[in-house]
Design a protein. Structure first.
Length: 58
């Protein structure tokens, strides 16, 4: 598993700042494969798409 904000392994280091930032912004990296996702922010939320793992919404 990877951090969906910084892309680093979730078990490496402290991701407290990443978790705080994720409260306000969509994920940037796929937590499964670490690929950069295509992100679209809309007034009602966001969508993030990984070419390997598909769509995530929030």
């Amino acid at each position: 598993m990877f951090c969906d904000r910084c892309g680093l392994p979730a078990t490496d280091g402290d991701h407290t700042a990443c978790a705080a930032a994720r409260e306000l912004e969509p994920p940037r990296f796929c937590p499964s494969c670490r690929r950069r996702m295509k992100v679209q922010v809309i007034p009602t939320g966001w969508t993030a798409t990984c070419v390997e793992h598909g769509l995530r919404e929030g």
